[in-house]
Design a protein around this ligand. Structure first.
Ligand SMILES: [Zn+2]
Length: 320
């Protein structure tokens, strides 16, 4: 008698530094997982192919059939799977990911933005369960976003919706990695926290951090600020408070446009949510238009952690 054949989906999340591949059974069980450093340029595509075959090898021995490959990637991706702009990946702008990968694998390939993928994971099993109209914002090196509309991810006319990091919130403000000035991302991401800390240190503030680096302000990292804030340093806590207000300002702008029932905050900075989450919520209420007259919009952290992008990439094959 033949063993029961189980279907599985493979998802690969290509981030700025790490690439994670996951094989997920159709009952939601993680069957295999691979973490590796992200490669550069066209090697991103060959790496995805290699990882697909390695995961396939891992799971097919047990009678599992792979039905699709989903790829989430940190950049602007169109509906045809072309990566237009990826500021955090090396030499990857313009890569035709889908065209490069599909001939090398034996299943359909779906490509989307990494945060859109993370949103699929939150919808399936996370913070967006029971909240079909929500906004996911990720605070990491930059700011990513995904619009959860009527239980699905809204991709816009060309697949590039949900990029709030480059809304300009301070004309002629701090320089952003995209080349513009005053983008939300230059204030409300890990890069933003660093920017705010450098600005304060140059003004003679943040003495503990400044002393440790002997005044070489460019050495300041966002982790220095969160570490000293966690130790109770008042000046670092003040920077974190300022940072939280900038995060809240961007969220209030997003909410004015979208009227979500919930805002989910993901990304690496959520590990320090205890430092700034309450401040973000309080400032968000203060800054949101008519917040006293409208339904409360909770702001809460995402639930799928750093595997969200790969898990959601698996689901691309199921939902498209
Ligand atoms: Zn920008």
């Amino acid at each position: 008698m033949q063993p029961a054949v189980t279907r599985a989906l493979i998802g690969i999340d290509i981030g700025g530094t790490k690439t994670l591949g996951v094989a997920l059974s159709d009952t939601g069980e993680v069957l295999g997982k691979i973490w590796e450093p992200t490669r550069a340029g066209v090697d991103i595509a060959s790496h995805a192919v290699e990882m697909y075959h390695a995961l396939r090898e891992q799971v097919t021995g047990s009678g599992v059939t792979i039905s699709s490959l989903g790829i989430g990637i940190a950049g602007l991706v169109d509906v045809g799977g072309r990566l237009h702009r990826a500021p955090n990946l090396v030499d990857a702008d313009g890569l035709e990911i889908c065209q490069l990968v599909e001939p090398e694998v034996d299943v359909p390939v779906h490509v989307d933005n990494d945060v859109n993928c993370a949103a699929l994971a939150e919808i399936e099993s996370g913070a967006a369960v029971g909240a079909p109209n929500a906004l996911l914002v990720t605070l990491g090196t930059g700011i990513g976003g995904a619009l959860i509309v009527e239980g699905g991810v809204h991709r816009g006319a060309f697949g590039m919706a949900g990029e709030p990091g480059h809304m300009v919130i301070e004309p002629n403000g701090l320089l952003c990695a995209c080349g513009m000035k005053g983008c939300w991302e230059a204030y409300g991401s890990a890069t933003g926290l660093r920017n705010l800390a450098i600005r304060r240190a140059k003004d003679g503030d943040l003495e503990e951090i400044s002393d440790a680096i002997q005044g070489d302000f460019e050495q300041i990292r966002s982790e220095d600020v969160t570490r000293t804030a966690n130790q109770g340093d008042e000046q670092s806590l003040a920077v974190v408070d300022e940072f939280a207000r900038w995060v809240a300002l961007g969220l209030a702008n997003c909410a004015a446009l979208l009227d979500p029932e919930l805002i989910i905050v993901g990304g690496g900075l959520t590990s320090d949510w205890h430092l700034f989450g309450q401040k973000v919520e309080d400032s968000f209420r203060e800054l949101l238009v008519a917040s006293g007259q409208r339904s409360l919009i909770p702001v809460k952290p995402a639930e799928n952690g750093e595997e969200a992008g790969a898990l959601g990439a698996c689901l691309l094959g199921r939902t498209s």
